[in-house]
Design a protein around this ligand. Structure first.
Ligand SMILES: [Zn+2]
Ligand SMILES: [Zn+2]
Length: 153
């Protein structure tokens, strides 16, 4: 009799090997409409398996950051802790402000605001896909909660 692994055409994982098919499984389950309760597991798998790191912000986002000169004279950049200078301060969509140089360096590494972690668009298609799935799950959870509330209150 063929073993499980023969039938499923995959190898048992060697220690330390990246079990990437878990990602496919996660996506499959999500696409097939497994409920939001799967989200935690999904995140655990994603966080674990490919150690998904946030990618840099999209180039066009970095290039089109909003400049601002409306800050208090003693307001400081929370990255370098220096006071803001005229004509070299940027404001993110969340209204957090940083020196131009600081925030550009930062967004070239990570796509989120250092203060509030709100995420900016990226050029990373995989990551955008992943984010959309997360959003969909969140949305579904909200809908389930609403439904639950309307039924039991
Ligand atoms: Zn700074
Ligand atoms: Zn922010």
């Amino acid at each position: 009799m063929a073993s499980y692994f023969d039938e499923h055409n995959c190898e048992p994982l060697a220690t330390g090997e990246q079990p990437n098919h878990l990602l496919d499984l996660a996506r499959l389950l999500l696409d097939s409409g497994i409920g939001a309760e799967f989200q935690l597991e999904f995140e655990r798998i994603f966080g674990h398996v490919d150690g998904r790191k946030q990618p840099p912000a999209a180039k066009h986002v970095i290039e089109n950051l909003l400049s601002t000169n409306s800050f208090d004279h003693d307001e400081k950049c929370s990255i370098c802790l220096k006071e803001f200078q005229l004509n070299s301060t940027k404001e993110l969509p969340c209204h957090h402000k940083y020196c131009t140089n600081c925030i550009i360096q930062w967004l070239k590494l990570v796509n989120s605001c250092p203060m509030c972690r709100i995420e900016l668009p990226t050029d990373d298609q995989d990551y955008e896909q992943y984010k959309k799935q997360k959003e969909r799950l969140k949305q579904r959870q909200v809908e389930l909660d609403d439904l639950h509330n309307s039924m039991f209150s």
